[in-house]
Ligand binder design. Structure first.
Ligand SMILES: C[S@@+](CC[C@H](N)C(=O)[O-])C[C@H]1O[C@@H](n2cnc3c(N)ncnc32)[C@H](O)[C@@H]1O
Length: 262
C-alpha cells in the first residue's frame, strides 16, 4: 500500500492514524479503504486553493469562445464543494448569456457516502470555507448560492470540524450539476470528446502508485482531443510523477495544475 506524506501548513492528512491529531479544515474529510486496500480520503473544500479559479475561468471562456457546448466532467467529486466552486466561478467571472453552455457539470465519485451527501443538497462548511466563499465572491451576494440549513448533514466517519455549519445549496447551483456514482477508471475508457472537454480529476490520482497513474494518464491522452483541458491538484503533483507523465503524453501545462492537450 502506498503511504503518502502529504502536508501543508494548515493541513495534514494521509493515513487514518494521522487524522486523529491533524489540524484540518474543509467541507468533508472521511477516510476509507477501497476494495483494493488503498487508503482514500474525501477531503475537499470550497475554492480549494491549489487552483486560481478566476484565472482558470477567464481562460476557459476565451479558449472555448467558439464552442456552443463545453463538457465539464468531474471525477472524484466528493461532497460537491468542487462542483459548486466551478459553477460560482463561471457565473461570477465575466458573466455572459452563454455561460450555461458549461452546464450541467457531470460529477462522479465512487464513494456512496459522499455521493449521497452531494445529492442531499446540503453541505457542511466551517469558517475557512465561508471565508473562501466570501473572498472569491467579492461583489456577489453568496446567499444566492448557500443559505443556513435547518438540519445537519451527517456523513459517516467524517471528521467534525470546529464551527461546523450545514448550509443549504440553492437551486442556482443544484440545477447546474448532476452527481452520480462512478469509477473514473471505467468512465475514462468511455469518454467521448470533440476538443470541448474540461476534465477535472483533482486530488485523487496522488493516492495511487505511479504505474497506475501513468496508465490512467495514457487513457486520458487517448480520449481527449487537442485543445481539451485536464485539471489536477497539488496532492497529485506532490505525491507522484504525474507532471512528467502528462508532458510525455501530449499535454502542456498552461497554469498551475491545468494541462491542455496539444
Ligand atoms: C481527496 S477527494 C478530492 C475531492 C475534490 N476533487 C478536491 O480536489 O477537493 C478524493 C475523492 O475521490 C474519490 N474517489 C476515489 N477513487 C475513485 C474512483 N476510482 N473513481 C471516482 N472517484 C474516486 C473519493 O471517494 C474522494 O471523494
Amino acid at each position: 500500500m502506498k503511504i503518502n506524506l502529504y502536508t501543508s501548513p494548515v493541513y495534514a492528512t494521509k493515513n487514518s492514524y494521522a487524522t486523529k491529531s491533524r489540524i484540518t479544515f474543509g467541507t468533508t474529510a472521511r477516510d476509507y479503504t477501497n476494495k483494493n486496500g488503498e487508503y482514500i480520503g474525501t477531503n475537499s473544500w470550497l475554492f480549494r486553493d491549489d487552483i486560481d479559479w478566476k484565472q482558470l475561468t477567464e481562460y476557459e471562456k476565451s479558449h472555448f469562445k467558439d464552442k456552443s457546448k463545453v463538457n465539464v466532467i468531474q471525477f472524484a467529486s466528493s461532497d460537491g464543494s468542487e462542483a459548486y466552486t466551478k459553477i460560482i466561478s463561471i457565473l461570477e467571472n465575466n458573466p455572459s448569456k452563454n455561460d450555461d453552455k458549461f452546464f450541467p457539470i457531470k460529477a462522479f465519485d465512487i464513494d456512496d457516502e459522499v455521493v449521497k451527501a452531494a445529492k442531499s443538497g446540503l453541505i457542511n462548511t466551517n469558517s475557512v470555507d465561508r471565508m473562501e466563499l466570501q473572498m472569491n465572491c467579492e461583489d456577489c451576494d453568496y446567499t444566492k448560492y448557500f443559505t443556513p440549513a435547518d438540519k445537519e448533514l451527517n456523513i459517516k466517519n467524517d471528521l467534525k470540524f470546529n464551527s461546523n455549519k450545514t448550509l443549504k445549496v440553492s437551486q442556482e447551483l443544484k440545477k447546474r450539476v448532476i452527481f452520480q456514482k462512478g469509477d473514473m477508471f471505467s468512465l475514462i475508457k468511455k469518454l467521448k470528446d470533440n476538443s470541448d472537454t474540461i476534465l477535472l480529476c483533482r486530488n485523487i490520482l496522488g493516492y495511487f502508485e505511479n504505474n497506475v497513474i501513468e496508465k490512467f494518464v495514457k487513457l486520458v491522452s487517448d480520449r481527449l482531443m487537442s485543445g481539451s483541458l485536464f485539471i489536477i491538484g497539488d496532492h497529485d503533483i506532490k505525491n507522484s510523477y504525474i507532471d512528467s507523465f502528462l508532458k510525455e503524453n501530449k499535454f502542456m501545462m498552461i497554469m498551475r495544475n491545468v494541462y491542455k492537450k496539444i
